[in-house]
Design a protein around this ligand. Structure first.
Ligand code: LLP
Length: 427
C-alpha cells in the first residue's frame, strides 16, 4: 500500500495511523484498506485507458457499499457475478448501465433482476443462457445488451501462458469448432438481445502480456468472421481481468498504462489488418486494483519452535480470512509491525487457529527470533480474494474491513459477531 510507513521504532503507520492504535481501536484480525490508494489505482486505470475504453472493476475481488461508491465517483464500471454482488452495487447507487453481469450459471432470478434494473451488459456464457436471457428480456419488454464470452484456447497461469487446442474448463463458449460463431448466429436472431461484442477472460495473476495478445487476436478474428458472415461489425471487445500484483519481491507487475498501451495497440493493429472499425475496449481488473491496497493485521498468540525444522507462529486468524495459501499455494510476506527487533531472523511459518495443519497463511517467512505473544504481524496485499473468500470455518467470525483515510479508520464491513452466526441457525 502506498501510504504505509515504518518509523524509527519499527512501528508501522498506514495513512498516518500506527498499527497499535488501529489494533486497539478495531481489534485483530482485521483488514485495513487504504482508501486513497484504492482511489489512486482506480484513477490510474481510468486514465490509462482513456475515454475510448471502459474499466470494469471485478467485484468478486472485494465488494462493499463503500467500494461501490468509490468506484462510482472515480468513473469505473463494475463487473458483478452474482445476485448478491448485483444487490450490493444497486444498493450503493452504482448506475445500472455501468454494471455488467457475469457467471456461468446465472439463475433466472439473477437474470430477471439484472434486466429489470437495466444493467448495461449481460455476458452470456452458454447456449442455454442465450435463450434464457432472451426470453426474460422479451417477457419484460426490453432489449438487453449482451456480450458472448468465448474461450480462446489460451490458458494463462501466473508467469507463463500455455496455448491449448481446447480448454477443459466450465467458462465460455469455445472458439474452436465454430461454437462461438454459432452462438453469435443464434444471438443475432433474437430480437430481445442486442449483441454488442465478444468477451474473453484468460486467467488470473498474469504478468506476461503475450496471453492477452493471443486472446485479442483470436477475438478480432471472430469479429472478422461475424462481419463476413452477417455484415455486422460488433462494436465492443472485453479482454477480461487477470493482471497480476506483487505478493513477493519476485513478482513484477505491469502498470495500467503499459497494459492499456499493449492491449490498445494489438486490437488496433489486428482490426486495421482485417479492415474492421476498432471496437470499444473494456477490461475487468479486480486484484490489480484492490489487492495491494489492504493488509491483514494479526496478533501472535503462540510461538512453537520445532528443533531443526522451523518455528510455528500462530496468529488469531487463519484460513478463514485468507484461504489463498491453502487453496492455491499462494505466497505472501509477513512483517513484525508493532516494534523493531534486532534478534536473529528465524525460519517461521505463520499459521492460523483452525483445526487443520493446512491452515497456513505464510509458508516460509523469516521473522525475528524474539517474536512473542502480543506482537502484531501484518500480511500485505490481502485486499483481493481474502475477505471476499472468507469463511466461517470452525465458526470463526469474519474480520472487519477498515478503510483508512484522512488520518482516521472507518469500519466499512463490520466484524461478525456470535449473534450473527446464531441468527442463521434456526434449528
Ligand atoms: N473478469 C472475469 C470474467 C473473471 O472471472 C475474473 C476473475 C476477473 C475479471 C478478475 O480477475 P482479476 O483481475 O481479479 O485477476 N480467487 C482467485 C482468483 C479467481 C479469479 C476469478 N475470476 C484468487 O484468489 O487468486
Amino acid at each position: 500500500s502506498r501510504t504505509v510507513r515504518r518509523d524509527a521504532d519499527g512501528l508501522v503507520t498506514v495513512g498516518g495511523l500506527d498499527v497499535k492504535t488501529l489494533a486497539e481501536e478495531f481489534g485483530t484480525p482485521a483488514y485495513f484498506l487504504d482508501e486513497d490508494d484504492f482511489r489512486a489505482r482506480c484513477r490510474a486505470w481510468r486514465e490509462a485507458f482513456g475515454t475510448g475504453a471502459d474499466v470494469y472493476y471485478a467485484g468478486k475481488a472485494f465488494l462493499s457499499r463503500a467500494v461501490v461508491r468509490w468506484l462510482t465517483e472515480e468513473g469505473l464500471n463494475l463487473d458483478v457475478c452474482s445476485g448478491g454482488e448485483l444487490a450490493t452495487a444497486l444498493d450503493a447507487g452504482m448506475p445500472a448501465e455501468r454494471i455488467a453481469l457475469h457467471g456461468n450459471n446465472k439463475s433466472t432470478e439473477e437474470i430477471t433482476r439484472a434486466v429489470e434494473a437495466g444493467v448495461g451488459r449481460i455476458v452470456l456464457d452458454s447456449f442455454q443462457e442465450i435463450v434464457r436471457v432472451a426470453h426474460i428480456a422479451q417477457r419484460l419488454g426490453k432489449q438487453q445488451r449482451v456480450q458472448i464470452r468465448v474461450t480462446v484456447g489460451v490458458e494463462a497461469h501466473t508467469h507463463e501462458f500455455i496455448a491449448t487446442a481446447h480448454e477443459d474448463q466450465k467458462f465460455g463458449i469455445a472458439l474452436a469448432g465454430g461454437q462461438a460463431a454459432e452462438a453469435v448466429r443464434r444471438a443475432l436472431t433474437l430480437d430481445s438481445l442486442e449483441l454488442t461484442g465478444i468477451h474473453s477472460h484468460i486467467g488470473s495473476q498474469i504478468f506476461d502480456m503475450a496471453g492477452f495478445e493471443v486472446s485479442a487476436r483470436r477475438v478480432v478474428q471472430l469479429l472478422t468472421e461475424v462481419r463476413d458472415e452477417h455484415g455486422v461489425e460488433l462494436p465492443e471487445i472485453d479482454l477480461g481481468g487477470g493482471l497480476g500484483i506483487a505478493y513477493t519481491s519476485d513478482d513484477d507487475p505491469r502498470e495500467p498504462h503499459e497494459i492499456a498501451k499493449a492491449l490498445g495497440e494489438i486490437v488496433t493493429k489486428e482490426c486495421e489488418a482485417a479492415g474492421l472499425r476498432v471496437p470499444r475496449l473494456s477490461v475487468e481488473p479486480g486484484r490489480a486494483i484492490v489487492g495491494p491496497t489492504a493488509f491483514t493485521l494479526y496478533e501472535v498468540g503462540t510461538v512453537k519452535e520445532l528443533e531443526g525444522l522451523r518455528t510455528y507462529v500462530s496468529v488469531d486468524g487463519g484460513m478463514s480470512d485468507n484461504i489463498r495459501t491453502a487453496l492455491y499455494d499462494a505466497e505472501y510476506t509477513v512483517a513484525l509491525v508493532s516494534r523493531t527487533s534486532d534478534a536473529e531472523p528465524m525460519l517461521s511459518r505463520v499459521v492460523g487457529k483452525h483445526c487443520e495443519s493446512g491452515d497456513i497463511i505464510v509458508r516460509d517467512a523469516f521473522l525475528p527470533s524474539d517474536v512473542a505473544p502480543g506482537d502484531l504481524l501484518a500480511v500485505p496485499a490481502t485486499g483481493a480474494y481474502c475477505r471476499s473468500m472468507a469463511s466461517n470455518y470452525n465458526h470463526a467470525l469474519r474480520p472487519p474491513v477498515v478503510a483508512v483515510a484522512g488520518g482516521a479508520g472507518r469500519v466499512i464491513v463490520r466484524r461478525e459477531t456470535e449473534e450473527d452466526l446464531l441468527r442463521l441457525d434456526v434449528g
